[in-house]
Write a protein that binds this ligand. Sequence first.
Ligand code: VG1
Ligand code: CO
Length: 544
Amino acid sequence: MQTDSAIRTVQTRPFPGQKPGTSGLRKKVREFQKPHYIENFVQATFDAVQPPPGACLVVGGDGRFFNREALEAIVRIAAANSIGRLVIGRGGLLSTPAVSNLIRRRGAFGGFILSASHNPAGPDEDFGIKYNIGNGGPAPEAVTERIHACSEAIRSYRIADAGESALDLDSPGERQIGGMTIEIVDPVADYLACMEGLFDFERIASLFGRGFRMRFDAMHAVTGPYAKQILEQRLGAPEGTVINAVPLPDFGGGHPDPNLVHAHLLVDEMFAPEAPDFGAASDGDGDRNMILGAGTYVGPGDSLAILANHAQLVPGYAAGLKGVARSMVTSGAVDRVAEALGIPCYRTPTGWKYFGNLLDAGLITLCGEESFGTGSDHVREKDGLWAVLFWLDILAATGKTVAQIQQAHWARFGRNYFTRHDYEDLPAETAERMMERIAEQVKNGPSEPGFAEAFDFTYVDPVDGSTSSRQGSCFHTPDGGRVVYRLSGTGTAGATLRVYIERYEAPAGDLGLDPQDALAPLIQSSRRIAGMDTLGIGRPSAIT
Ligand code: VG1
Ligand code: CO
């Protein structure tokens, strides 16, 4: 059906601060609700990336509050900017990896992801929008800088009128707004096809057939429909395996961050008697994962290392890995696997956008971050369910438990004890004073005894030579211990200081400690280096 659509040019003024951070533009919902706010940002993105007339874009979000309003704005602005086709997940839903997959499968010019990922949702909470480029990955820094510049120069945006039927996101099929086609797709179908191409679904199904028990916590966010369809319907896990499976606009009041703090109910179940064999959770937009076994927790750095070491058991990676990468702040566990496999290991700044070039150039196959993100060259985002299926396939192939696999890994490679301490919602001035103190020691050498050197991490992209400086302040001890500081780029209020603490224990050493105990002296140093006691900063607000 052809719908008439008048196109209007609306005069506007720039909003300060439309600057994408680690993963897109994230602000309070109230900010996004200001008249012209979202329209400005979408038009600025089009101004910056200049889609050719008739271009195809993929759009979807994690279903949080304001998802629909933002989608409607994108539809109407896209129609007025000569976009030819919008592929949208039914109900406006698409997980972040599913958007990445659809962009690639459709050969789309790019796409928008509507999510603030792990940040809570609701009228008083957070919203986010992120632009992804044609490789399916987050826009690189040069593009996000251009979007920001266009948002500061904007004077008007173009918007099409659209009737209710054109904006109906719930009925499958195609409809028109002027010259633009809107195609509503099943959010899961293409993603499931991609997973079937990588993993041995029959092997995993027979594992469930033998009574293997699993719990998956979708945390009332976007992975619910994906996990239900893939784990319960396709792989035959018993109904009820997936909990909190219905996406809610406020995520049920929860905090969909799959870690020991926010997924504690799942953690409690996995450490209770009669625990299931395998437990997993994912975040708001489905790109992260937490892996648990009965009485066992697998840290993200170890998970990446274990996946890399077992990749050849999985059909999609049977040919071996070209290389691996981790964000610099992630533990070095995967480096040891790379060394044993004789493949390169790259270290990048925080944020998935830095893996894009390495994946596109075929330099790496697997990559990951300490913040519960792992992924591969199958898409250009981290992918929560992919990691869960990868683990299931390894468990099915080896017949071992999660605990056995992890212990065997440490016994061979040693253990990288790791923890991240977050100091959230700090007054700007306090954060500034800490960062000054840290910067001073980067310049003049560490004041803390036992530390040999301090430096700021600078990344030079091996593919295009672009440089990203000041990506974390690193303090190293002579025996391989380290403390790293950086400010979060995903928050919407106050400042969040992240402190990453790590040390290595060789296979002959004590491998069974609680990381908080194993790292206690370094944790104390991390507080002294930043002057936390002097500044009146108490315990971290989150420890993972
Ligand atoms: C955090 C994590 C980072 C992750 C980013 C986006 O960033 O530390 O590893 O890539 O969130 O993840 P920051 O700047 O707050 O430390 V997601 O799943 O929230 O889009
Ligand atoms: Co996320």
